[in-house]
Design a protein around this ligand. Structure first.
Ligand code: NAD
Ligand code: ZN
Ligand code: ZN
Length: 359
């Protein structure tokens, strides 16, 4: 089968056709991937911002059909349509039992260090324990979330990372309140999803911030009430909040400067949520005075604080009722052979989500 492999750090992806997925072993399932979104985190695995052993099949935002199940698998069966979750909740650890299954590390860490693919004779990792830039992948059964057969799998794939993370950041991490003011730095697939989440939560003002002018126009179609380049943030804060700052600031880029900007744009007592995934050696500075004096809450956000077992369905219901626009987020459909160009397009900031379709 075909798969896009990252041979080593900072190398171009190589699309090979001699790849196979190993298994399924006990507790695992084999998924035929129908669609996979391209998330910025895939690029961050390529350039070392996020740690990932190589060689690795990238991709972690996918949906498809179960074509084989290993022993002791009861939650899904052959023929089921599923969304791949890159954090499979084990259901038994402390994080799962205390109601924070997005923080479950049991199967996530096991997946990160296992080589569930072969390219020729070479064992290959899968990004974040998945590897959806492949026609098939083998994952723990807990990573396969069954959905209704009538949901188009391209729409479904987006929920696997960007949409769950972004909408979840607004609804489940920050708990955006009706009538509040929100500012979102970064309008890629994840930032647009934060904007949609804030709109669903009933925010009164939603300001989108991006460097790319086309993105600002797009952001308005998804619920942003205002859209500005970073140099206009102070001006718009003065206009909308009488310079007090926004109730909620979201950083959806993953850089120290923009984390700082999101904190600065949040009002005293407000909440800043860091969704962007930055590097381990990228430091952000806060002075000791402002931390207590401003009483701003700084929240991290991992996978939208989601319980994928129920929240994927919550998002699909919002989509079915016309309150979450997923179709509009698909900027481009590509063949896997175009994956390196797709990374360049993502870096240009002009696309929301690109989807690899496997026919
Ligand atoms: P993307 O590349 O599609 O979008 C990023 C956007 O930020 C682009 O529109 C770009 O123009 C804009 N941007 C870049 N620098 C900017 C700046 N200085 N000021 C204003 N705008 C700027 O990325 P994405 O797929 O939406 O992902 C966004 C971030 O979320 C990435 O860091 C990704 O790794 C991270 N992420 C985190 C989680 C999580 O669990 N926390 C999950 C998925 C993705
Ligand atoms: Zn667990
Ligand atoms: Zn992602």
């Amino acid at each position: 089968m075909r798969a896009a492999i990252l041979p080593g750090l900072n190398e171009k992806l190589e699309v090979r056709s001699d790849v196979q997925a190993i298994g399924p072993g006990p507790g695992e399932v084999r998924v035929r991937i129908v669609a996979s979104g391209v998330c910025h985190s895939d690029i961050s695995a390529q350039n070392g911002t996020l740690p990932q052993p190589t060689p690795a099949v990238l991709g972690h935002e996918g949906a498809g059909e179960i074509i084989a199940v290993g022993e002791h698998v009861h939650n899904v069966a052959v023929g089921d349509h599923v969304i791949v979750s890159w954090v499979p909740p084990c259901g038994e650890c402390k994080a799962c039992r205390r109601g924070q299954p997005n923080l479950c590390l049991t199967l996530f860490m096991a997946g990160a260090v296992s080589q569930r693919f072969l390219a020729g004779e070479t064992p290959i990792f899968g990004f974040a324990g998945t590897g959806t830039f492949a026609e098939e992948c083998v994952i723990p059964s807990q990573a396969a979330i069954k959905i209704d057969d009538d949901v188009p799998l391209d729409i479904a794939s987006l929920i696997g990372c960007g949409v769950m993370t972004g909408v979840g950041a607004a609804l489940k991490t920050a708990h955006v309140e009706p009538g509040s003011s929100v500012i979102v730095f970064g309008c890629g697939g994840v930032g647009i999803s934060v904007i949609q989440g804030a709109r669903i939560a009933g925010a009164a003002e939603i300001v989108a911030v991006d460097l790319v002018p086309e993105k600002l126009e797009m952001a308005k179609r998804f619920g942003a009430t205002h859209a500005v380049t970073p140099d206009k943030v102070v001006e718009v804060a003065a206009e909308l909040t009488a310079a007090e700052g926004f109730d909620y600031g979201f950083e959806v880029i993953g850089r120290p400067e923009t984390i700082r900007s999101a904190y600065d744009a949040t009002r005293r007592g407000g909440t800043t949520t860091v969704v962007g995934a930055g590097a381990m050696d990228a430091m952000v500075s806060f002075n000791a005075f402002e931390l207590f004096f401003s009483e701003k809450k700084i929240l991290g956000c991992f996978y939208g604080s989601a319980d994928v077992r129920t929240d994927f369905h919550m998002l699909l219901r919002l989509w079915r009722s016309g309150r979450l626009d997923l179709e509009g987020m698909i900027t481009k459909r590509i063949d896997i052979s175009e994956i390196n160009d797709a990374f360049d397009d993502c870096l240009s900031g002009k696309v929301i989500r690109q989807i690899i379709e496997f026919k």
